[in-house]
Write a protein of this length. Structure first.
Length: 380
């Protein structure tokens, strides 16, 4: 794993140039409500255009792409007035993780290894609300959730409310591969981590100045109004950074992984959708792999990830239409988004928040990173 990261970094010639002229101008003009890309056609949610994904429903069931990958760094996203330097940091972090995953897939790596590797990299990057950089709980600590799923046989593993596990996604994979259970939480998960000898850290390792400030802001906001109000809970500043990856490998296998610190100021051992298989994560070789981000309670209520797969399985639509249906019809505005990849290599990046940090690459040469509507201008 470390070698893969090292290799990727050594090979990286990424310059990280962002052009803020055209992209920023286009961003400002957009509705900010939808961004689904199928790899061939980009169609606004409101447009009547038939996308590639919709038009291939009767085509032979063979992958269009040899491999494909999508990743996210959370719905909500940073405020649009961040500095060019800050914007570049997000773009570069996403591009670096995407490149790592894409290169592994191009070399024949398995979707499962790819999603774990990419999510580990995003967990280690302090910009995102997962691993280092996780949000603060009400008690001023960090409790992390993660899950991983293998589309070959629906194997899955998840952990909830872990406090000392440096890379929760790796512990989730250990649950999948070394237990007969699916979800371990709290002290039990910690005990399992100790037994598996995964990397452990003090809880303060996850703290960053930025997250502490966010937490202080959230508490100040709640002092001014009803703390249980949905508006306070859903304020997008407190809903950003969960990470996820979905991949299709050269053998036609799918996998999904999601990892998060949850919601800022969460209480009482709250667990979100990230470790709930079918809510925040799902993968089935028959249909697609999905990773979600947003208000976990809503993703659990609507079983978002599994519902997207079910739509396709029951012939109710393409990946594109299924993702749109769940994100724009089942969820309400400002509740979140999903990334998904189908067994044919189509990619959906759909959200109903102001933005969603996301990126996608495939065997046809696509390599795109988005914070808002327009792709960031990156040099690969
Ligand atoms: N879905 C995550 C949770 O509710 C939060 C997020 O995606 O930002 O725990």
């Amino acid at each position: 794993m470390g070698e893969v990261f090292g290799l990727s970094r050594r090979l990286s010639t990424f310059v990280g140039v962002l052009a803020f002229g055209t992209a920023a101008a286009l961003d400002g003009c957009s509705t900010g409500q939808s961004s689904t890309e199928t790899g061939a056609t980009v169609a606004p949610a409101s447009g009547g255009e038939v996308t590639a994904a919709e038009s291939i429903s009767s085509a032979p069931a063979q992958p269009q792409m040899e491999y494909a990958i999508a990743i996210h760094g959370g719905a909500g996203g940073p405020s649009r007035d961040i500095s060019p330097e800050e914007r570049a940091k997000y773009g570069q972090a996403l591009a670096s993780a995407l490149r790592t995953g894409r290169d592994m897939l191009a070399k024949g790596g398995s979707a499962l290894d790819v999603v774990e590797t990419v999510v580990r990299a995003l967990e280690d990057e302090a910009l995102f609300n997962a691993g280092k950089g996780a949000v603060f709980t009400h008690a001023g600590t960090h409790e992390l959730d993660a899950s991983i799923m293998d589309g070959r046989d629906l194997s899955t593993g998840a952990v909830g409310a872990v406090r000392t596990v440096k890379n929760p996604i790796t512990l989730a994979r250990a649950v999948m591969e070394h237990t007969r259970h699916v979800l371990l939480v709290g002290d039990g998960a910690e005990q399992f981590a100790k037994e598996r000898k995964v990397d452990r850290v003090n809880n303060s390792y996850f703290s960053t100045k930025h997250r502490r400030q966010q937490w202080e802001e959230k508490k100040a906001l709640e002092r001014q109004r009803d703390p249980s109000s949905a508006a306070a809970l859903n304020d997008r500043r407190f809903l950003m950074g969960t990470v996820g990856a979905v991949a299709l490998d050269k053998n036609g296998h799918l996998a999904a992984a999601t990892s998060t610190g949850g919601l800022t100021d969460k209480r009482w051992g709250r667990i979100g959708d990230a470790p709930i298989v079918g809510a925040g994560t799902y993968a089935d070789n028959k249909t697609c792999a999905v990773s979600g981000t947003g208000i976990g309670e809503e993703f659990i209520r609507h079983g978002v990830a599994r519902s997207i797969a079910a739509e396709i399985e029951h012939g109710a639509g393409s990946l594109d239409s299924a993702a749109k249906k769940l994100v724009h019809q089942r969820l309400k505005p400002d509740q979140g988004g999903v990334i998904a990849v189908s067994v044919r290599g189509e990619i959906a990046l759909e959200y109903n928040t102001d933005g969603m940090l996301r990126a996608a690459a495939d065997s046809a040469g696509r390599f795109e990173v988005f914070l808002w509507e327009s792709p960031e201008q990156l040099q690969d």
